[in-house]
Ligand binder design. Structure first.
Ligand code: NAD
Length: 340
């Protein structure tokens, strides 16, 4: 039997089973975890996923209004000693209606051996960080050497995608950004131009961005009925498309005709399809991105292939990053200890 002393030795500063560490967004920021480190944790999570060394049931959710969702996202990744659950909402009208983010949430991290909760943390930051980390890891693998990148949506995710592209895509020369609120694209460029090693250009139109970029990503809104803002005829052979917003932004014809349609989780995509997203049906999925990152399955096989990789977000990434945050917080004695 494990004694309390042994448990406390694993997490000095926390009385396991009696206390839980609360980490606010500011606490998480104070840990100063770098984007390079987040990319490393996210790669580890994807490799574990690619080798099927995880447990992650598809998200379950509740839906108070049409087009909004709350998701419970549990996962266990034994190789990273990470178990927990993220509880997240997506309310697309929050920014316009309340001046609040589309996506906020909390995450609980548990002790694997005893099961007790050890940390409760803001998950807004984790979500803002691990999502672009997945995109740039996929971009580096599926489209090495890319010199041009197009980003649709210049909000929380759009900005972080540009920052993460600077970390992981060393050959980029130009990044085009586009937002239907022009001020958002202007603000992104004003904030980041001096901080990234490539030129940031405000896209003149969606068509111009698509036709100028080898690799493209979108983080706009997730809707059941596709906006099809990108016309299929603008997309050409050899491009790599990495949506974070399911197939909302893209013409479903493009995802259907892609040479490879890769997703982060087949189960998650099937779940969304069953909820009414992908009204024309899911394209045929050839691999999960973790399998490609882990070299279990092939990604790009020649420079002419059109590849679409849809990543809707996986709890394995959240709990691996969350566990790293918790370990760092314990080591740095950051956070507030609360009684359970
Ligand atoms: N795949 C994942 O793991 C994951 C994780 C987090 C968020 N998301 C999704 O990413 C999207 C963006 O999230 P966020 O937190 O950055 O939101 P945000 O509100 O901060 O930013 C979204 C931006 O997209 C712009 N936009 C909306 N509709 C557009 C359109 N039709 N054309 C061009 N621009 C448009 C908005 O003006 C805004 O600037 C959401 O759909 C969210 O659900 C996905």
């Amino acid at each position: 039997m494990t004694t309390t002393t042994e448990l406390d030795a694993r997490t000095p500063g926390l009385n396991l089973g009696s206390d839980v560490l609360y980490l606010s967004k500011q606490n998480v920021l104070d840990l100063a975890i770098s984007r390079a480190e987040i990319i490393g944790y996210t790669r580890d999570a994807l490799v574990e996923h690619g080798h099927q060394r995880y447990e992650m049931p598809a998200k379950i959710g509740v839906h108070p209004y049409p087009e909004v969702f709350f998701h419970a996202m549990p996962a266990y990744v034994p190789g990273k000693n990470a178990v927990g659950c993220k509880w997240i909402e997506c309310y697309p009208n929050n920014p316009a209606k309340f001046g609040l983010p589309q996506t906020t949430g909390l995450m609980v991290i548990n002790d694997v051996e005893s099961g007790v909760p050890v940390a409760i943390m803001d998950s807004t930051w984790v979500t803002a960080m691990r999502t672009p980390a997945v995109t740039v890891l996929a971009a580096a693998k599926l489209h090495p050497g890319a010199e041009t990148f197009g980003m649709f949506g210049c909000g929380v995710q759009g900005k972080e995608h540009v920052r993460y592209a600077a970390e992981a895509l060393p050959d980029l020369k130009t990044v085009y950004v586009y937002d239907n609120r022009e001020a958002a694209a202007d603000a992104l460029i004003a904030e980041l131009q001096g901080q990234v090693p490539f030129t940031l250009v405000k896209g003149e139109s969606i068509e111009a961005v698509v036709k100028s970029s080898e690799v493209l990503s979108s983080a706009t809104v997730i809707l059941k009925e596709p906006l099809a803002a990108v016309k299929d005829k603008w997309v050409s052979a050899g491009q790599t498309i990495l949506p974070c917003d399911l197939n909302t932004f893209w013409d479903p014809k493009t995802t259907k005709r892609a040479d490879k349609y890769i997703v982060d989780s087949i189960e998650e995509h099937e779940l969304f399809a069953n909820m009414g997203y992908f009204p024309g049906g899911l394209p045929t999925i050839v691999a999960e991105i973790g399998e490609v990152i882990a070299d279990v399955k092939l990604g790009r096989e020649n420079s002419d292939q059109l590849i679409v990789n849809s990543n809707i977000g996986m709890a394995v990434c959240d709990v691996v990053v969350g566990r790293a945050i918790y370990d760092r917080a314990i080591a740095q004695r950051i956070g507030t200890t609360l009684a359970l």
